[in-house]
Design a protein around this ligand. Sequence first.
Ligand SMILES: Nc1ncnc2c1ncn2[C@@H]1O[C@H](COP(=O)(O)OP(=O)(O)OP(=O)(O)O)[C@@H](O)[C@H]1O
Ligand SMILES: [Mg+2]
Length: 370
Amino acid sequence: MREGQRGAISGDLLGQSPAILRINEQLQKAALTDVPVLITGESGTGKELAARRLHELSRRSRHPFLKVNCPAIPDQLFESELFGYESGAFTNARESKAGKFELAHGGTLFLDEIGELETGLQAKLLHALQDFQVVRLGGVTERTVDIRLICATNRRLEVEVSRGGFRSDLFYRINVLRIEMPPLRERLSDVPVLMDHFIRFYSERFGERPAPMSPSLLRLLESYHWPGNIRQLENLAKRYVVLGGEENVVSVLETSDEPGAPICEAIDLTLPLRIQTKRALQQLERRIILGVLQANKWNRRKAARSLGISYRALLYKIKDAGLPPVRTFKPRANNLTIHDVEEASTSTAACDLQGKVSGGGLQDQRVSAS
Ligand SMILES: Nc1ncnc2c1ncn2[C@@H]1O[C@H](COP(=O)(O)OP(=O)(O)OP(=O)(O)O)[C@@H](O)[C@H]1O
Ligand SMILES: [Mg+2]
């Protein structure tokens, strides 16, 4: 499995929505060329996965795919990391070293989070991208590199350019072919297939056999607004596999439900108005019920009175909305957080966790030439 792509698939990006089918098509077309590609989209929408897929589909697939996480490199090391150095170029440079540009020769160089690059470094990068010739620090030899450039950002670079935070000449250099990853809330019909994929993946990985998710929980997930996109969904699947119990999934959705969060964010470009309206109403009703239950310390009789519905009707609605029947967790305090689960999944401690926490506790897509 590739580092940083846990649970990743090989082959097309998962999903059946027109939006993701279009992305897969765009990647296939882009792979036939060598032009620079800029992948944009919110955090967790699959930008890196798309970049890797593009590389796999291209004629460069047998050559390296090198990722540079731009903000992770300290400014003073940026040049030596990217362009390399000759021995004696600076103190401690005992041996010559090739930079990422050279190491990616024949393959793909992926500049992740390029929008975070400081303007001075943007100029140096632009210089190298002008003719794909690099000179190691302290050296004189110009080395021509044959690379395919892919950049990714969750920033709106056009806005950064107009604000002066991103060089326009660099922007035009990298933004030749543009692929926009849609947020998950715009392709909610992909939620079941993604959930199924990640549950299978983590079940195998952790040797667990979780019960299938109930239809009401799946409906809830399909009407959720997914601010953290596929990464959030993946973490939720991991949590479900490790901890078991639907209430552990619901509790996370609750804590991510900011009080002021927009209710009708879940717009799926692929679904008719009627279905979307129904979903939005269900989501709104779920939030109201949840709020009233919380206000009544999860006393369902009091909550039913306050909502002006019968106790039985409330029980039915709680079940239908995928909410836990009783308050089985305390929000936040003593909770196992998603972060804990992530930590666990990267270590062998994952299985121990179960004992420790028993009892709960817890638009148009476009490939544009510019
Ligand atoms: N279509 C998809 N099918 C299966 N897995 C996916 C899909 N899209 C994303 N993922 C998974 O979701 C996770 C997040 O994806 P990725 O790291 O590529 O997103 P990103 O846009 O680069 O996020 P960030 O902006 O936070 O860096 C990864 O584990 C990735 O494998
Ligand atoms: Mg990324």
